[in-house]
Design a protein around this ligand. Structure first.
Ligand code: SF4
Ligand code: SF4
Length: 215
């Protein structure tokens, strides 16, 4: 899931300076789960904008915002109201906002900051899990990502700074390589540690990337 958090309202107001009629879009998936762009948060944003003297021309929870086909179909139904809007405030991730921006002829402003790909630990608590490196290593690391969860993205075991199972870079975090070792041991797969891994091919992570499936 793409984890987002709301931008400060003052930053949003700066974007919307001189814009009176605002249409709001949200997202039915990640931003709804993050409580940054579901219907409830959109209605709360509408209220705040009204208090600032803005006019909210309408809103749509895109299903989801990053699906261009779905977003296009939904926004097409709102064409009349979009034509009368000065701006769209997009309460999705950066990808969702870019999708909307590519479909309309009014300025689109992000209401959220996009933080990372991660997991919902419990309501309102998220942790980073994947950096979309383009060559997944989980098959030999017991399902624990060394690229994301090790502060140095090491591939061949821990650095010399790990202490009492904690990371030297941020002692609040567990050392990823201690976790990997323990989990491999539990799974009786410690032989995975015997092979020295080659340097990672980071060319697969060069931006911007495209993927085509089904060919
Ligand atoms: S190894 Fe790469 S693709 Fe796999 S979880 Fe980690 S960052 Fe994501
Ligand atoms: S202490 Fe562990 S998690 Fe932290 S940088 Fe070193 S190997 Fe990575």
């Amino acid at each position: 899931m793409v984890i987002t958090q709301p931008k400060p309202f003052s930053e949003i107001l700066q974007f919307l300076e001189g814009k009176k009629n605002i249409f709001i879009t949200g997202c039915s998936l990640c931003a709804t789960s993050c409580m940054t762009g579901g219907e409830k948060e959109i209605l709360a944003m509408e209220q705040k904008l009204l208090e600032e003297g803005k006019q909210v021309t309408g809103y749509a929870v895109l299903d989801p915002s990053c699906n261009k086909l779905q977003a296009r179909a939904t926004l097409k139904k709102q064409k009349q109201v979009l034509d009368s809007s000065d701006a769209i405030l997009c309460m999705a991730c950066g990808d969702g906002a870019q999708t909307v921006a590519g479909l309309v002829n009014v300025p689109v402003y992000p209401a959220n900051d996009t933080m990372f790909i991660g997991e919902v630990e419990r309501i309102g608590h998220f942790s980073e899990a994947c950096r979309a490196c383009g060559q997944c290593e989980l098959g030999w690391t017991a399902g624990i990502c060394p690229i994301t969860r090790c502060a140095k993205s090491l591939l061949n075991g821990p650095c010399g700074g790990s202490r009492n199972g904690k990371c030297e870079v941020n002692p609040e975090n567990d050392c990823a390589w201690v976790l990997i070792y323990k989990r491999l041991k539990e799974l009786n797969e410690l032989d995975q540690f015997m092979e020295i891994k080659s340097p990672k091919d980071y060319s697969k992570a060069s931006n911007p990337r495209r993927v085509t499936v089904g060919k």
